[in-house]
Design a protein around this ligand. Structure first.
Ligand code: NI
Ligand code: MN
Length: 229
């Protein structure tokens, strides 16, 4: 399968049968190389209800007649906008034609900010995603601080590829992400959620070097780059 990084936390997974995208924040991401109107997918997976993750979801869902998989509150909200949705919640697993999705916990928050109304709509719990696709396990941590149950996620799943945030400020920073990588025991770690905005500026190569010193493998994927899994 082809796994493409689109910048920030947005990752696309394409198999011969189907295509899914996680957290499609493209419009408004200064580093994104892909346009929302060019995205062809069957499913959109959302880790949580923050604008830098929900992003272009409505447009992409409607353009492609794609199903949105998200936590209950966020899925319900997208359903009200006329999108096809599959609501889930933490700890739950569900099968789809591309494979399975299990929602893990993430220590963060979730809410959509309506600046005009000075209102924030509660969007339920934030999540991480464990995907099982064609016999491979991909873990997308979503936005989270470090928490010790990442060890449990590593024990319960043989993770081939993990996407971990390193930006600091809103999520764990690079030092904590090295610990997260150790605890999840992922074969390959790709950093996400950095450099999009000034408060999350990081050197991802310093992070992958730190992994290497501890005997782990990291890979920096620039927006538009992909790997084969
Ligand atoms: Ni967030
Ligand atoms: Mn975020």
């Amino acid at each position: 399968m082809k796994v493409t990084m689109h910048g920030h936390s947005c990752v696309q997974v394409e198999t011969s049968e189907s295509s899914l995208i996680i957290d499609p924040f493209l419009t408004g991401n200064p580093l994104a190389k892909t346009k929302a109107e060019d995205v062809k997918v069957d499913y959109i997976l959302l880790t949580h209800g923050h604008q830098d993750h929900v992003g272009d979801t409505e447009q992409i869902a409607k353009n492609n007649d794609a199903t949105i998989i998200a936590t209950f509150e966020l899925a319900t909200y997208m359903g009200w906008k006329g999108c096809k949705v599959h609501p889930m919640n933490l700890g739950g697993e569900a099968s789809f034609d591309f494979g399975s999705v299990k929602l893990t916990q993430a220590f963060h928050s979730a809410g959509l900010t309506l600046d005009d109304e000075q209102n924030i709509i509660y969007m339920g719990m934030p999540a991480g995603l464990v995907l099982n696709i064609e016999g491979k396990t991909i873990f997308h941590a979503g936005d989270t601080g470090l928490f010790s149950d990442l060890k449990l996620i590593g024990e319960l799943n043989k993770i081939d590829l993990a996407f971990l945030p390193i930006g600091d400020n809103f999520t764990m920073g690079p030092q904590d992400a090295v610990l997260a990588a150790e605890w999840t025991q992922a074969d390959l770690v790709v950093p996400v959620h950095y450099n999009t905005f000034p408060p999350i500026k990081q050197d991802p190569h310093q992070f992958t070097e730190a992994l290497k010193k501890k005997g782990m493998t990291g890979k920096v994927l620039e927006p538009g780059e992909y790997l084969e899994l």
